[in-house]
Write a protein that binds this ligand. Structure first.
Ligand code: GDD
Ligand code: MG
Length: 390
């Protein structure tokens, strides 16, 4: 089976982090996001069994022993494709063979699916996934549910998750058989027909490609899904398990926190070559820790945590200096950052090579872009800097 991973968006909500990199290259607990996303596909067919036999499709009979092996994963690229090629020049990501379909111009989520599918010559059922979704759900279950639905005329099956506020997602209303009655992309809160949202993972039949006009901007959510609903051929099923869309600064920080928590309980390292230097504190190589690093945290090679500095629940990239008296909490610090003494970082992200002046405070979901210098004593709360430097 072929998987298409949509990774061509500009990541506008994550600016300035995405001025220099597509969001899927940004690290999540030390590994490029795309490697965490692709684990979904690498796991099959090793785990070729139904994870949730009783309620996946309400106990109805679904095909057994479906072969779900991902021979190929196509990355649908548009924004800064060279960053993927530079990072993975041999076309292997975490052992999985990938190919690149680079759009000459942005085609939207629907146009991109058609472009990528034609690039690799899709002729059979295939899977599409939004490349900014981190999830521990069973793609295998979803494929099997789709094969069941296909007997009832489904051309596509969407994996759904339940959220409190559906307004930033695609929202689905379906009947008891899983047939979708309504798909509304980003409705206002009072217009959302349910709390079940499009989890950004679909199983599609190749006929869906015929509904997508060639080489033009098409949204799968706003154009293709409503057309399938009208034809009665869109189905959906609820997925259980961890799920997070990493598209905003808050959810990007949350993704890092979630993976730090997860590796606190695992004996496997979050990044190859990391060792636990204290319970839940992982280090890659030989950082110098003179101050305190509290779990769960990850500190990369070549970094220095000075006397009196306290790092907790955070990721510190390579070759950083966290000065004496600094506090870093629930934050992501990328490579080469220097925090001068007594500065503080909380719930925020510093891109590579940022310099934070003495006593500065950066808090509440702030995001500071590559190489930016934060002057001594300044207080940044819920801000992004710089804002207009493209
Ligand atoms: N190749 C390509 N070309 N990829 C694109 C393009 C494009 O023109 N536009 C967006 N993408 C990629 C993004 O990189 C991302 O991985 C994915 O498509 C989805 O785009 P987002 O911009 O992240 O969409 P969203 O998060 O607002 O909403 C989507 O995801 C939600 C779940 O996370 C929709 O599919 C919603 O319906 C869904 O609920
Ligand atoms: Mg998204």
């Amino acid at each position: 089976m072929i998987a298409v991973l949509l990774v061509g968006g500009e990541g506008t909500r994550l600016r300035p982090l995405t001025y220099h990199f597509p969001k899927q290259i940004l690290p999540v607990a030390g590994l490029p996001m795309i490697e965490r996303v692709l684990k979904q596909f690498a796991a099959y067919p090793a785990d070729n069994r139904l994870s949730n036999p009783d309620d996946v499709v309400g106990g109805r009979e679904i095909p057994q022993n479906t072969d779900v092996t991902f021979q190929e994963c196509v990355l649908s690229l548009g924004y800064k494709p060279e960053r993927f090629v530079q990072t993975y020049p041999d076309g292997l990501i975490d052992g999985l063979r990938v190919s690149y379909a680079v759009e000459p111009e942005p085609l939207g989520t629907g146009g991109a699916v058609r472009f990528a599918a034609e690039h690799v010559g899709v002729t059979e059922t295939f899977v599409v996934m939004n490349g900014d979704v981190l999830a521990d759900i069973s793609v295998y279950d979803l494929v099997r549910v789709h094969f069941y639905n296909r007997r009832h005329g489904a051309l596509a099956t969407i994996g759904l998750v339940e959220v409190d506020d559906p307004s930033r997602y695609g929202v689905v209303d379906m009947d008891a058989s899983g047939q979708v009655r309504q798909f509304v992309e980003k409705p206002s809160p009072d217009e959302a027909p349910s709390n079940l949202i499009n989890g950004g993972i679909y199983v599609l039949e190749p006929q869906v490609l015929d509904l997508i006009p060639v080489n033009q901007m098409v949204s799968i959510e706003r154009e293709v899904f409503p057309e399938l609903v009208a034809a009665g051929s869109l189905y959906a099923t609820r997925m259980e398990g961890y799920w997070l869309d990493t598209g905003t600064p808050q959810s990007y920080i949350q993704a890092n926190m979630d993976y730090l928590e997860r590796y606190m309980k695992l004996s496997d390292p979050p990044v190859a070559g990391a060792n636990q230097i204290a319970e839940g504190v992982w280090a890659v190589g030989h950082p110098i820790v003179r101050g305190s690093v509290l779990p769960p945290s990850l500190v990369m090679n070549g970094s220095l945590i000075e006397y009196g500095a306290v790092v907790s629940h955070s990721v510190i990239g390579e070759n950083c200096i966290i000065g004496s008296g600094c506090r870093v909490d629930r934050s992501v610090v990328m490579g080469g950052v220097r925090m001068m003494q007594d500065s503080a970082l909380e719930d925020s992200v510093l891109a590579a090579m940022v310099e934070v002046g003495e006593g500065a405070q950066i808090v509440q979901g702030s995001v500071v872009g590559e190489g930016y210098v934060v002057t001594s004593g300044s207080v940044l709360s819920d801000v992004r800097l710089p804002i207009n430097d493209q």
